[in-house]
Ligand binder design. Structure first.
Ligand SMILES: NC(=O)c1ccc[n+]([C@@H]2O[C@H](COP(=O)([O-])OP(=O)(O)OC[C@H]3O[C@@H](n4cnc5c(N)ncnc54)[C@H](OP(=O)(O)O)[C@@H]3O)[C@@H](O)[C@H]2O)c1
Length: 354
């Protein structure tokens, strides 16, 4: 039985679901892959547990239950991510997987140090892959770095891009509806609901980030499309993207409460755009598209009867898939699928890179 130490950064929705999946699949993964994941460190923004021999399943369960209930993780005050990797390595932990299921900036020094120590990396955090090419380049095509859940919430998007680039297919474009939240908003606006009312429902249903501007700005979609473009072989930067935000620039800096209160100022403009599209037999969808030249992220008109208008799709238009693009369709969101993508990466790393 191969024992793989695991260091998990992030104990939010995805992190907690991943910990539960590690526990729930323990016996099956031991049987199918002769592997056992041993969580040696569990880290949130403030605290951490470090147990070189591995936290027990009951300790893990208690920790995720505390976080679920909004309590502190427990454990001790945490050092910086880089220091933490040094401490784990100094304790003799070898061939570990570092999991980044945070949404935080600045993880690169810790990831780089972990790679130097011979660890594998599995990320749902898009920021390291979407940073400046000069720092992100080393993560692409690196067998020790896996990031299936950065795009498509666990659907095999990165795996498909890797397969197409492995066989030297030529990419023409990658495109898709990459945000469940913005997909919901578009469908509500299409029914004639005001933007502010649709936003209220999206927030109530828990579809948005705590600050809904994180979804509405389109920046998160842009990061996903940038990652797809880079996987397709294009050395693009964020500045190569035109990104349409669904809120007015004067609401960028106010509090969340004030933003929600003033969201009605976007109602009339967006209602007119959706009504005009409808009159022309079209629908508006929030789509991201990238080619070798750059990308565009924003509301795009699609034929109302086209399959793409009604599906959450991601498609690759390549030399092999020219007349009929390769399309992947599915929910592509949600904690179980996203955590499943990370678990799949951990298994691949254990099998192929450690
Ligand atoms: N939710 C989804 O369906 C989905 C789908 C695809 C991809 N993703 C990606 O998966 C990642 C996690 O999403 P989520 O929904 O789980 O987010 P979340 O609920 O906001 O959780 C984020 C976690 O990261 C922790 N954190 C923040 N800074 C940290 C640091 N420097 N070191 C260690 N931990 C830190 C937070 O700590 P505290 O608890 O102390 O605040 C929290 O536990 C994000 O990058 C997201 O974009 C999510």
């Amino acid at each position: 039985m191969k024992e793989i130490p695991v260091i998990i950064f992030g104990v939010g929705g995805v992190g907690r679901t991943l910990v539960q999946q590690i526990i729930d699949t323990r016996a099956a993964i031991a049987q199918s892959n002769a592997l056992r994941f041993k969580v040696v460190a569990l880290v949130d923004s403030r605290q951490w547990f470090f147990v070189p021999e591995g936290l027990s399943d009951s300790e893990l369960t208690t920790a995720i239950q505390r976080k679920e209930a909004g309590q502190p993780l427990g454990g001790s005050e945490r050092p910086s991510a880089e220091k933490l990797i040094s401490m784990v390595a100094a304790a003799g932990v070898e061939n570990a997987v570092v999991v980044d299921v945070t949404a935080t900036d600045g993880m690169e020094p810790a990831i780089d140090l972990a790679l130097e120590k011979g660890y594998g990396i599995a990320l749902a955090n898009k920021k390291p892959h979407a940073g400046p090419w000069s720092s992100a380049q080393k993560y692409y095509g690196n067998p020790a770095v896996r990031h299936e859940s950065t795009v498509g919430g666990g659907e095999p998007i990165i795996a498909s891009l890797r397969y197409l680039s492995d066989i030297h297919d030529t990419f023409f474009s990658c495109e898709g509806q990459l945000s469940g939240t913005l997909g919901f908003m578009c469908r509500e606006l299409e029914k004639g609901r005001p933007f502010s009312a649709a936003l209220g429902s999206a927030m109530e249903l828990g579809y948005t980030e705590p600050d809904p501007r994180d979804d509405l700005s389109g920046e998160d979609v842009m990061r996903k499309v940038l990652i797809m473009g880079r996987m397709a072989g294009w050395q693009l930067e964020q500045s190569d993207f035109e990104v349409e935000s669904l809120y007015d620039a004067d609401l960028a800096d106010c509090s969340v409460a004030e933003f929600v209160e003033k969201a009605g100022q976007m109602d009339a403009g967006l209602a007119k755009r959706f009504a005009d599209a409808k009159a022309a037999g079209k629908v508006l969808r929030y789509v991201g598209r990238v080619t070798a030249e750059g990308g565009k992220v924003g509301l795009m008109e699609l034929d109302a009867n086209s399959p793409m208008a009604n599906l959450k799709y991601i498609q690759f238009h390549t030399k092999l898939y020219d007349a009929e693009p390769l399309m992947i369709i599915g929910a592509g969101a949600g904690l179980e699928m996203t955590a499943g993508g990370v678990l799949g990466d951990m298994i691949s790393l254990a099998r192929e890179a450690l």
